[in-house]
Ligand binder design. Structure first.
Ligand code: G4P
Length: 527
């Protein structure tokens, strides 16, 4: 039976996994795909890391450094839900990219290392979720190792992340004495059985905590502790879907991803409670997912998905309506209509031509059509989505060519890569030196290696005496003109033509702001 567009949209769950590196993001992604039937064997996600032609870790620099810097999308069906899972780059140097991925989801899954609790990157990512009021579900991983006491762990999260934790499962022991979890939703004990890597383990449950079976299985001491702890949990606030939606409560799960343990309970609850596609803001109005007409925005450009073709793919989050193959879409910024023949849907290991897709889904479009991050696609309406910012860079380099004959290719490469959002390019109002700005050093490495691979340009990046940037505007055009006249040597335009002020330090920036009260200095800029 085919579903109505309404029903299709309602069954979608689009979320990202966020974590501090090493907490287990890759492992849990793999187990979710395994339970979702999207892959047959664990190891496939990790295996992909070594295969440069597949979706993630395709860049040389990633391989060299063994880190994941690009985001991938994976879609699968689970219990009548259509799940879209978005990967976020783990490394902090790519935080802008992560931010943009988070604009495309309706909720996030935060993976914590149960021994470490909240780490620096967890905190930064959570700040982003809070900015956008994204609901967050938490998974305390690695319970098969010595971990923080579960109450302590929840306290750590509540204190550092200012969110109240609502346990959905509760651990019985930890490390070598880890026995399993109590599933508070289904009111039963799920026993832990370490498994050989890759195999899904059989589930063993008991439902009655009082008849002595539990005592026989794990010993009276542990059984009593569980009963006492469950009593303590009863005084906690109950789960409130509205508080979850407002980002005030986080459903909390315990498990061991590597042992497939606790992941099924997580996924079962997640597809139930995670929000369906939500509305998105534009300059003119709020776009609702159930509107009949299609709309969407580009939140990410990814290059080299297919290494042989040096292709560039724009990832589009559908914000309303339905996509259908060969449909005509309006590229709002360019004011141009085009017919989309070959959008791409991303499965776990495959990419297929999209026949149809709905609000909440992510589709990939080739960028021949000139798509950039932030661009809107509609069926004619002039929409401009808001909330997709660029952040003022903190690191600056000047690109110097090793082969002076290639200056055209260098400019083209730098322009295209900055349009993708790989770094930001600034052109001086005076002089000829282009400056590249980034938030993390690795971004320069990516640019350098891609210039070489894709544009056949060898360049080195020299340090420059710059340390801060702000976009500048003013209500009074005359004041802006005056500022421009007086500061020409410090003014640049970014790739979109916005005026940008670059100075050597934060101190110099504060001083300039003090001296020019009529000028607005912006640390973020809507794309
Ligand atoms: P990340 O993507 O968040 O960076 O983490 P990833 O999944 O790569 O996991 C980081 C390390 O933690 C890996 O070990 C992984 O095997 C291990 N790990 C993940 N989940 C669990 C768990 O539930 N229990 C335990 N004990 N370990 C877990 P590694 O040594 O870095 O890699 P590998 O040699 O195991 O592949």
């Amino acid at each position: 039976m085919s579903l109505s567009p309404q029903q299709e949209i309602n069954r979608r769950r689009t979320f990202a996994i966020i974590s501090h590196p090493d907490a287990g993001k890759t492992t849990i992604t793999e187990k979710l795909l395994l339970f979702g039937g999207a892959i047959q064997m664990a190891g496939a996600v990790r295996g992909r890391r070594n295969d440069r032609s597949t979706t993630s870790d395709f860049l040389k620099v990633e391989q060299e450094r063994g880190i994941s810097v690009s985001s991938a999308v994976m879609s699968f069906d689970y219990k009548e839900r259509a799940v879209n899972l978005l990967d976020t780059p783990g490394h902090e140097d790519f935080s802008e990219d992560t931010y943009r991925v988070l604009t495309a989801v309706d909720s996030a899954l935060m993976v914590l290392d149960a021994a470490k609790g909240v780490e620096t990157r967890t905190q930064a990512l959570m700040d982003v979720c809070r900015l956008r009021t994204t609901p967050v579900v938490s998974f305390a991983n690695k319970m098969d190792r010595e971990a923080l006491d579960p109450f302590e762990l929840m306290e750590n999260v509540e204190e550092k992340l200012k969110i109240s934790c609502i346990p959905f499962t509760w651990p019985i022991g930890m490390g070598r004495t880890f026995e399993g979890v109590y599933d508070l939703r289904n009111k039963r004990v799920v026993f832990y059985q370490p498994t050989e890597r890759g195999k899904a383990n059989a589930q063993v449950y008991i439902e009655n905590l009082e008849d002595g079976t539990l005592d026989d299985l794990i010993g009276k001491g542990k059984a009593d502790t569980l009963r006492e702890e469950l009593e303590l949990l009863e005084v906690l606030d109950p789960f409130d879907p509205d508080a979850f939606a407002r980002g005030e409560q986080s459903p909390f799960f315990f498990g061991s991803a590597i042992n497939n343990f606790g992941v099924r309970e997580l996924l079962d609850a997640f597809v139930d409670i995670a929000p369906m596609p939500q509305s998105r803001s534009t300059l003119t109005r709020e776009v609702e997912p159930h509107e009949e007409k299609f709309s969407g925005f580009v939140f990410k450009i990814q290059a080299n998905l297919d290494k042989a073709h040096h292709d560039r793919m724009a990832f589009v989050r559908i914000t309303s309506g339905r996509y259908e193959r060969r449909m005509k879409l309006r590229h709002v910024r360019l004011g141009r209509d085009f017919s989309v023949k070959n959008a791409t849907t991303f499965l776990a290991q495959d990419r297929v031509v999209t026949e149809e897709a709905f609000a909440g889904d992510i589709i990939g479009l080739h960028t021949h059509s000139g798509l950039k991050v932030g661009d809107a696609l509609t069926q004619g309406e002039e929409l401009k989505f808001t909330g997709i910012p660029a952040f003022a860079p903190e690191l600056f380099r000047r690109a110097r060519l090793l082969d002076p004959m290639k200056s055209k290719s260098l400019v083209k490469g730098l322009e295209q890569l900055s349009e993708e959002g790989a770094a930001q390019l600034f052109r001086p109002l005076e002089g000829a030196d282009y400056i590249l700005g980034a938030l993390g050093d690795l971004q320069f490495d990516v640019i350098r290696s891609r210039l070489e691979a894709e544009y056949k340009v060898r360049a080195i990046f020299e340090t420059v005496p710059l340390g801060a940037a702000r976009w500048v505007t003013a209500e009074d055009p005359e004041a802006l003109e005056k500022f421009k006249r007086e500061n020409r040597h410090r003014l640049f335009t970014d790739i979109a033509g916005n005026l940008t002020y670059l100075v050597q330090s934060q101190w110099a920036l504060d001083y300039a702001a003090q001296q020019n009260p009529e000028i607005n200095f912006h640390a973020t800029m809507e794309i």
